[in-house]
Design a protein around this ligand. Sequence first.
Ligand code: FAD
Length: 287
Amino acid sequence: MYISEIFKEKPNTLSFEVFPPKKSDDLEKIMSTVTELAHNPVDYMSVTYGAGGTTASYTTDIADHMQNTLGITALSHLTCVNASKDSVNKVLLSLREKGIENILALRGDLPSGVNLENLEFSHASDLATEIKKFGGFCVGGACYPECHPDAASLDADIENLKIKIDSGVDFLVTQMFFDNDRFYDFRDRAAKKGINVPIDAGIMPLTNINQIKKMCILSGGASMPQKFTRMIAKYADNPLALKQAGIAYAVDQIIDLLSNDTAGVHIYTMNKPDIAQKITNVINDLF
Ligand code: FAD
C-alpha cells in the first residue's frame, strides 16, 4: 500500500525505522528485530540505506521481510549521491519485483571533495524525479525542522524543500528533534511556502549517554530544551534511570505532537525493539 494512502485513511500514523547490518552474519538478527517490532500497532516500517550502497542488498532484503513475510508496509530508503541512473534503475527494478511500493528518496551525505556538479544526481529532488519517471512508487523525502547543515538558512532550506515536493515527493519525514516548538515553527513556515504534504515527526528515544553524544553530532546538533538537558545531567550516572527518563521524554513529546495535529510519528528505533515496545505500551490507543 502507498504510504500516502495510509495518511489519507488515518488521522495519525506510527512508523518505525531500522538500519541494516554492516555484515551478512548479522542479517538474521536484524530480521528478528524487525519481526519483534511488527508486534506493535505500526502503520509502516522503514529501513535505511548505507551510504555508498555497500549494504544495499540488505536494505532490500529487510524491506522484503517487512512487506512480504510480515505484511507490514515497507519504506525502503535510497540515496543517490555518487549513484548512476543505471544503478538507481536496477534498485528500482528489484524493489518493484519484490512488491515494495514506497521509497524514501535521499541525497545522502556528500563525501568530502565531491563536487555536486559532477554527479548524475545532485539533490534528492533529482532522485524523486527519476523514481516518478520509473513509475509505481510512492516517494517520501527527508526534511530538517532545524535546517539542513549545508543550507544557508532555514528559509533557504524550505525553498529547496519545495523543489523536492514539486519533483513528486508525497510525504516527508523529519530529522530527529527534541524541541517540539522547533517542529511546529518549521511546519508553519513550510505550509506558508505551499508545502502541504503529510509530515512525519522523527522521534529518537535517547536512552544512554553515548548514544546522546553520538546522535547530537549526527543530527547536526538538534537543540535540546532545558527540560531535556536537566534530565540528562540528573541521570547521566544512572543508566537504568536515564533509559526510563529517555523513554518518558519521548512519550511526552509524542503525546504533545499528536495533540497538535501531527500527521505521524516516526520512531528511530536504533534496532531496539524493547524501547519501541515500552513506548507503544503507553500510547498505542493514540493511533
Ligand atoms: P537534499 O534534499 O538534496 O538536501 C541536501 C541539501 O541540499 C540541503 O541543504 C538542501 O537545502 C539543498 N538542496 C536540496 N535541493 C536543492 C536544489 N534543488 N538546489 C539547491 N540546493 C538544494 N542518509 C543515508 O545515507 N541513508 C539513509 O537511509 C538516510 N535516511 C535518512 C532519513 C531521514 C528521515 C533523514 C532526515 C535523513 C536521512 N539520511 C540518510 C541523511 C541524509 O542523507 C543527509 O542528511 C543528507 O545530507 C541530505 O539528504 P537529503 O535527502 O535531505 O538531501
